[in-house]
Design a protein around this ligand. Structure first.
Ligand code: ZN
Length: 187
């Protein structure tokens, strides 16, 4: 089991981060700082390369995963740490999927990637689906599905956020199909 270096992970989510990171042994040596923020535009979490390491070699890169302290459901604020533990693990697993994707890219490619992410809707979809796919391939399908279900089946969550999840991310059905395919290919 992966153990958090001091100060890189807030205490309240150390268990969940540890479980999510244990699915990504490839990232064991990569410093990833998990940090609570008051508010993140349009999302609950955000994975990004540490700017100063962007153009360094891949093994010297570092990342930050920003986590919004609260998110809104029907105009009411909920604390991110209050969602069920497995849902939080799925959320973190998706963000680590982004880090895997980033680790496959050169620094210049990442800069380009960031610009396209901001400008092109179609690129957001490609990036989000890639992060989900990485998490599923690392064995996190169950957690990822729990996170989607938590959002999509929660009557109190804003429809606009649900629509965004449906439009840009893998659906629970697509994830199940992927899992079947992975098992099939392994046999
Ligand atoms: Zn994402």
């Amino acid at each position: 089991m992966w153990t958090a270096p001091k100060n890189s992970t807030p205490k309240q989510i150390q268990k969940e981060v540890g479980i999510a990171r244990s699915f990504y042994p490839e990232l064991d040596e990569i410093p990833i700082e998990f940090k609570f923020k008051d508010n993140i535009k349009r999302s609950v979490m955000l994975a990004q390369p540490a700017f100063s390491t962007l153009l360094k070699s891949k093994k010297n890169r570092a990342y930050k995963i920003l986590i919004s302290k609260k998110f809104k459901i029907s105009g009411r604020d909920f604390k991110t740490t209050e969602v069920p533990s497995d849902v939080l693990i799925g959320w973190l697993g998706h963000e680590l999927g982004h880090v895997m994707d980033y680790q496959n890219r050169s620094g210049w490619d990442l800069i380009n990637f960031g610009i396209r992410y901001v400008l092109l809707k179609e690129h957001v979809k490609t990036a989000e689906r890639a992060a989900d796919s990485f998490a599923v391939r690392q064995g996190m399908a169950e957690y990822i599905i729990k996170t989607k279900r938590f959002i999509l089946d929660n009557a109190e969550i804003d429809q606009a956020y649900k629509d965004r999840i449906k439009e840009y991310y893998l659906s629970p059905e697509e994830i199940m199909e992927m899992v079947k395919k992975i098992h099939h290919d392994e046999e």
